[in-house]
Design a protein around this ligand. Structure first.
Ligand code: UD1
Length: 418
């Protein structure tokens, strides 16, 4: 298991270029298996989750070839197996998108129950309810989801809860259903829009992605397409918060500033200077940071996937801050690790109260999940002394070249392999 050794008290200065969005990539890659034809996907992040999905496609009988580090050529033209039942599938949660994609193309799919980061119960009942509404029979047995249908028929689906995964998965399945499907109370995240845009390039007819009502007019088949994935909102946010926590001055490049609105507003409130350009944001922190209250919500609210990182920042801001986690039941496991570094935090259910301390101190900590791992790096960068971060495999799932990118900004992070 790799570890990161992080020297603290390093001010980050310079420019960092953001990779393609993990959460868009992990939806668009499974969507590519729906095409009779070849897709070329560009601006993909070079991360573990993408490589895992490629292995899955190859095991299903398709080809998935790297043209360069960020471009994949996916060919499932000749047909692939509808059963993704092997162990690898369980490693990443987004494997559930193979359900919607295979169901759309073959009207049958068998996919092992998804794994992924553990922050509370992560049911997929809304996905399955949506498939059933489209006419599929869905059974869960032996750790597997089996879905099949004679015909998929468009219908109106109201989501009981806003769910990114269920919105995308139902959209995938409905793309080749007969007639029109309407998804109400749909998730509005940028990666929902990105997946819809890619499907439309493949010949789908999807309107309204990015609003809470998505209309999908079923088409008979899809063809391959060339498509570039959007920049990663969460990676961008992580580097913006890194600039703030180290009192730095960083230009975060190759992003869509609009996607960062909830974070830029919060950082501004905290006395961080934000300068927005067309496709970059400069973050400068040279004044005392104020405490703030943060409530996570679905897009365009403050993303839960930046909650651990902002908690690290709030732990060194003057005054008392409060976080309300509204999306996941159990996303504060990492707080024990932050406490090891001197953070003063108390948790009551969904609330975290953070009393700002002047300085964090280095410690040996663990990444308990992907974004928690990012928060550990940020806390370690700000802390006094040398920290050791374990569980780096989680960080590698979603951050490309993590130590290299930070080191280019003046951090001193080394990876050791054990
Ligand atoms: C996606 C992101 C994840 C992020 C989350 C919320 C990907 C690959 N992952 O996860 O990083 O933290 O959105 O922004 O895009 N729920 C149900 N039943 C379901 C599905 C969800 O009750 O069938 C609940 C969940 O328990 C959770 C909430 O809905 O409380 C939101 O989950 P959802 O938006 O589905 O998250 P994911 O798509 O899994």
């Amino acid at each position: 298991m790799d570890k990161l050794i992080v020297q603290g008290r390093k001010r980050l200065v310079g420019e960092v270029s953001i990779s393609g969005a993990k959460n868009a990539a992990v939806a668009v890659i499974p969507a590519a298996v729906m095409a009779e034809g070849v897709s070329t996907l560009e601006n993909l992040p070079y991360i573990e989750d993408v490589r895992s999905l490629c292995h899955t496609i190859e095991k299903l009988g398709g080809t998935c070839e790297y043209i360069d580090r960020h471009t994949l050529r996916i060919d499932c033209d000749g047909g692939i197996d509808h059963r993704a039942t092997f162990e690898e599938v369980q490693k990443i949660r987004a494997s559930y998108y193979f359900l919607g994609a295979l169901l759309a193309r073959y009207k049958k799919a068998e996919v092992a129950m998804p794994g992924g980061c553990n922050f509370g119960t992560r049911p997929i009942d809304l996905h399955l309810k949506g498939f059933r509404a489209l006419g599929a029979t869905v059974e869960e047995r032996d750790g597997m989801v089996h879905a099949y249908a004679e015909r998929l028929i468009g219908t109106s689906i109201y989501m009981d809860q806003v769910s990114v995964g269920a919105t995308i998965n139902i959209m995938l399945a409905a793309t080749m259903a007969e007639g029109t499907t309407t998804i109400e109370n749909a998730a509005k995240e940028p990666h929902v829009v990105d997946t819809a845009n890619y499907l439309n390039m493949m010949g789908a007819n999807i309107k309204g992605a990015g609003t809470d009502v998505i209309r999908i007019k079923g088409v008979e088949k899809l063809h391959g397409a060339q498509y570039a994935i959007i920049p990663d909102q969460i990676e961008a946010g992580t580097y913006m918060i890194a600039a703030a926590i180290t009192g730095g001055d960083v230009l975060v490049k190759n992003i869509i500033p609009k996607h960062m609105d909830s974070l830029t507003a919060k950082l501004d409130e905290m006395n961080v200077t934000i300068e927005e350009h067309d496709d970059s944001i400069r973050v400068t922190a040279n004044r005392p940071l104020h405490c703030a209250n943060v409530k996570t919500m679905s897009y365009p609210g403050f993303p839960t996937d930046l909650q651990p990182q902002i908690a690290a920042l709030l732990s060194v801001c003057q005054g008392n801050s409060m976080i309300t986690e509204n999306v996941w039941d159990n996303r504060y496991q990492y707080m024990d690790e932050l406490r090891k570094m001197g953070a003063k935090v108390t948790i009551e259910g969904r609330l975290a109260r953070i009393e700002g301390v002047e300085r964090l101190k280095a410690a040996c900590v663990n990444a308990t999940d992907l974004r928690a791992g990012a928060a550990m790096i940020l806390a370690a960068l700000a802390a006094e002394g040398e920290s050791v971060i374990g569980g780096v495999k989680y960080i590698d799932r979603g951050y490309e070249d993590v130590e290299h990118k930070f080191n280019t900004l003046g951090a001193q992070i080394t990876r050791i392999q054990e």
